[in-house]
Design a protein around this ligand. Structure first.
Ligand SMILES: Cc1cc2nc3c(=O)[nH]c(=O)nc-3n(C[C@H](O)[C@H](O)[C@H](O)COP(=O)(O)OP(=O)(O)OC[C@H]3O[C@@H](n4cnc5c(N)ncnc54)[C@H](O)[C@@H]3O)c2cc1C
Length: 446
């Protein structure tokens, strides 16, 4: 289907794409404004048209930025009413950065326990200041809020399942999104596509972005008797040990009227149910008498894909592989990458007035993203390798977490998503303590 961009001007947004061939584009290079940093042709008489596939935090944030910046935006979501399996813990900075209203938050977690394989529990939130907390919310609540906001700013929401993305043969022809909605097949031709369709991304497959290793995460939502729920009022627990996961941690996170109890693993996915039994066993005295109200499982990407921008298609959030090791955190990075990518398209298209190309997306989105976050991702990858490898490493990790300097540095980096300012003397002490813990647990020298 070799549609040219001029055809798009007369399409009704939801009408099937025409299948007739139109004459080749006759855009003259002289239309390119020499002084512009972007070397693509202006779009005459229409706006740049973008499809965002997936209405999670990544997709909604991308759609909001695109629509706000003057791009004609279509946001596809296959099941707006369902809930993404997720712990729902956010870094504090996300509330102000993404204007998340306070009433969406179920719990303000101010206490955190990390529990070692030998059941030594360390209070991990001692250095939190009076106004600091970890917001916990339900994803169904957050996702529908973000989608509605993108819509209010001008994005067109399409409740539909995207089946595939047709990649054009020539560099200036449109991409065609094929989808089903209300039991009928439809297509939409667009200039730019943002793939925000999560860990099983069809957009990534359509553009041959390369695969990635995934962890599997399993979670039960358990409604506890009132007196037991009180214990988890503002407390989250993290458990480490071979019994709950060979390479990750298990959690009990408080939600509005229940706790989310879950675990994950990369290297032993077939045993995930055994690890879930492990966390239930460890937290038994605190969650017994509870009623399971939902069971859910989902893959978590372990690293970014080999290719995240191809042609005029960019991947964001889980589709790109933006979940940190060690913490398994992805909501903030999804929303942030979606917003950065949307803003990059707006900048490169000068408010939706010009066509963009692969080079623009790489320069305005990928390069900026990598400069900001690659270091964080690599650092957490290293921590996971050192401390989650076996029970000795996990005992060392829990011991270190008792250190107030470690807590302050960890929380400042996590809550505000910027590297906390260290102190040389404390850093040196921390290094010695770390080596000491590792020697004590038999890791150094092995
Ligand atoms: C059990 C579990 C617990 C987690 N806990 C936390 C946590 O506490 N904190 C944290 O920060 N991160 C957590 N994560 C990670 C976090 O959930 C993800 O990183 C985050 O959801 C990524 O957002 P996203 O928008 O990229 O993708 P998703 O949230 O997966 O959204 C993708 C959207 O695309 C839609 N979609 C997919 N395919 C199509 C299609 N073909 N057509 C139309 N729509 C489509 C889906 O319906 C979905 O709404 C957890 C993950 C799991 C599995």
């Amino acid at each position: 289907m070799a549609l040219q961009f001029q055809c798009l001007q007369v399409f009704s947004p939801l009408s099937p794409v025409a299948t007739t061939r139109s004459p080749s584009s006759s855009r003259s290079p002289s239309l390119v404004i020499a002084s512009s940093k972007f070397h693509t042709a202006p779009l005459l008489g229409r706006k740049l048209r973008a499809a965002v596939i997936g209405g999670g935090p990544a997709g909604s944030s991308a759609a909001e930025a695109l629509a706000a910046g003057g791009v004609e935006t279509y946001l596809f979501e296959r099941s707006p009413s369902s809930a993404k399996p997720c712990g729902g813990a956010l870094p504090l900075c996300m509330l102000s950065e993404f204007d998340i209203p306070a009433h969406l938050i179920d719990r303000h977690v101010t206490r955190m326990k990390i529990i070692s394989p030998s059941n030594i529990a360390v209070d991990f939130g001692k250095t939190l200041k009076a106004h600091e907390f970890i917001p916990m919310l339900r994803r169904e609540v957050l996702d529908s809020f973000l989608r509605a906001r993108a819509q209010s700013i001008g994005a067109n929401i399409i409740h539909g399942l995207v089946l595939n993305l047709e990649v054009p043969a020539s560099s200036n022809a449109p991409y065609v999104v094929h989808y089903t909605t209300e039991n009928s097949m439809r297509s939409l031709a667009v200039d730019v596509v943002i793939g925000a369709d999560g860990a099983n991304s069809r957009v990534a497959k359509s553009i041959d972005a390369g695969g990635y290793t995934c962890a599997i995460a399993f979670q039960e939502r358990i409604k506890l008797p009132e007196e037991k729920m009180e214990y988890y009022e503002n407390l989250a627990e993290m458990y480490v040990g071979n019994d709950v996961s060979p390479d990750f941690y298990a959690w009990v996170f408080p939600k509005c009227d229940h706790v989310a109890v879950g675990t994950g693993t990369v290297c032993s996915k077939q045993d995930i149910k055994q690890y879930q039994s492990g966390i239930r066993e460890r937290a038994k005295s605190k969650i017994s008498g509870g009623k399971v109200i939902k069971v859910e499982a989902h893959p978590i990407p372990e690293h970014p894909r080999a290719r995240r921008v191809i042609g005029r298609v960019a991947l964001v959030g889980d589709a790109a592989g933006y979940v940190t090791k060690c913490s398994g955190e992805g909501i903030y990075f999804a929303a942030k990458s979606g917003r950065m990518c949307g803003e990059a398209v707006v900048r490169a298209s000068e408010g939706g007035e010009r066509m963009i190309g692969e080079r623009d997306l790489k320069r305005e989105y990928l390069r900026e993203w990598d400069a900001k976050y690659v270091g964080t991702f690599r650092f957490l990858d290293l921590l996971q390798r050192v401390f989650y490898g076996d029970n000795a490493g996990r005992e060392a990790l829990v011991e270190m977490c008792g250190n107030e300097y470690v807590q302050r540095m960890t929380f400042e980096s996590y809550l505000y998503k910027k590297l906390a300012e260290g102190n040389r003397v404390e850093d040196a002490k921390l290094m010695w303590n770390t080596i000491g813990s590792l020697i004590k647990c038999g890791i150094v020298g092995r």
